[in-house]
Design a protein around this ligand. Structure first.
Ligand code: PLP
Length: 432
């Protein structure tokens, strides 16, 4: 078997019949009766559709396929695990070897003091876990009024209950009635704005601050040089828990384990998902510092009454362990820094394009090419059109309202980066 992802033998669909799969983030009115883009197979940075046409995966699916597609050894590890112990919960005193080994491994690399690891099935679930734990921590310390959660403009933290409530993009928050209370969003680029907000709310009411090392889905916004040093100092000054969301930035995408190491600070919690398993099976979690864990671990009668059925799923953890083996063996931590430099240089060649307002890259294997106000607002060009043109030319990008985002697998070659960027340039020319 050379391929681990096999094309499903779908019969050609009769497009008079509506499609039954409700896609995520999708206007189904536009997709229900049209052809879907069925991804049939993947190998390395490449994907094939059902007709056998090949595409460069310029986004590593949704930022997660760090080691690339079709890694047989991850599939083998999952197979071995599933034929040994398919699934069992980590509820109560139950454990399993892959969950225990993965927690140990993540703890040994996390820039967190005296870490413990909570496992989940994804990023949004982990954000809800961290948010509830932050509030519960203060309640256990006898400070139940410390509930307020602060996050950043442009920050994306998944779309579960707390994630939807702290997200820094209005379009994901509206239309659901009243969201979880005691939350607020501050400017993404200013530690002073964080301090002002803590003082406005009252430090005695603030539970935690949530931040991505580099804002990803919100449009790839890089922090100022001293941003995180200042944030850590401010959180420390007011006792506010500092929660880093490394869901995108972790597992070598920024050349290290959790992204935040780049700034030399030690958070109270780190939320992770995506690259931990390169998405081969759904997995996420929270690394929790001793400061937060100890009141629950060291005193009887303080259980954290939270968790999900599939937390610590042995097959997911086995996939993650095999994925981390690849990251370490192929030293993708170092490789990704070179990829970052090459991607940055290549994307910057687009900054002279008449439709391009700004290129944001150079920190992590990710970048954003933002279109000009004139293109978007006056000429009515959409990023979705650029995305469609690029895909028709064999490169998959990610459109957000004002920019095209790229976040390829970390194994991408220089030649493939150049192909990605020249295809994006061609797509821009085509819509101009
Ligand atoms: N946090 C960040 C920074 C993310 O980018 C995402 C997903 O893109 C999430 C959280 C949510 O993860 P999930 O989609 O697995 O719930």
């Amino acid at each position: 078997m050379t391929e681990t992802v096999v094309s499903s033998a779908l019969a050609p669909r009769d497009h008079r019949e509506p499609n039954r799969l409700w896609h995520t983030f999708c206007d189904m009115n536009a997709v229900a009766r049209g052809p879907e883009f069925v991804v049939a197979r993947g190998e390395g940075v490449w994907l094939w559709d059902e007709s056998g046409d090949r595409y460069l995966d310029g986004t590593a699916s949704l930022w997660y396929c760090n080691v690339g597609h079709g890694r047989r050894e991850i599939a083998d590890a999952v197979y071995r695990q599933m034929t040994t112990l398919d699934a069992y919960t980590v509820y109560g005193d139950f454990s399993n070897a892959p969950a225990r080994d993965l927690s140990e491994r993540l703890a040994s690399h996390a820039p967190v003091v005296d870490p413990r690891v909570i496992l989940t099935c994804g990023g949004g679930e982990s954000i809800d876990t961290a948010a509830k734990l932050a509030r519960r921590y203060w309640a256990v310390l006898g400070r139940p009024e410390r509930t307020h959660l602060i996050s950043r403009t442009g920050g994306y933290h998944g779309l579960n209950g707390f994630g939807t409530s702290i997200i820094g993009m209005e379009r994901f928050r509206t239309g659901y009635g009243r969201l979880i209370e005691d939350t607020s969003v501050v400017a993404h680029d200013s530690a002073a704005a964080l301090e002002a907000e803590i003082l406005r709310v009252g430090p005695e009411r603030v539970a935690a601050f949530f931040a991505e090392p580099v804002i990803g889905a919100g449009g790839v916004f890089l922090p100022e040089d001293d941003y995180f040093t200042e944030v850590a100092r401010i959180c420390d000054k007011y006792g506010v828990l500092f929660v880093v969301d490394s869901v995108i930035c972790g597992f070598a995408r920024m050349g290290n384990w959790f992204g935040i190491e780049r700034f030399g600070v030690s958070p109270d919690m780190i939320v992770f998902a995506k690259g931990v398993s390169s998405g081969y099976l759904p997995l996420g979690g929270v690394v929790v510092s001793g400061r937060v864990a100890d009141p629950f671990w060291n005193e009887a009668g303080n259980p954290f009454m939270h968790g999900t059925t599939y937390a610590g799923h042995p097959a997911g953890c086995a996939a993650a362990m095999a994925n981390l083996d690849i990251l370490e063996r192929e030293d993708l931590f170092t490789v990704s820094l070179e990829v970052e430099r090459h991607l940055d240089a290549a994307l910057r060649t687009l900054s002279g394009h008449p439709l391009v307002a700004e290129v944001r890259s150079g920190m992590g294997v990710m970048g954003a090419v933002e279109l000009t106000g004139e293109a978007l607002d006056d000429l009515g060009i959409t990023t979705a059109e650029v995305f469609a043109e690029a895909r028709a030319r064999g490169v998959i990008l990610r459109p957000v309202p004002r920019a095209l985002l790229v976040s390829p697998p970390l194994i991408i070659t220089w030649e493939q980066i150049d192909h990605l960027v020249s295809t994006l340039a061609g797509a821009l020319d085509a819509v101009a």
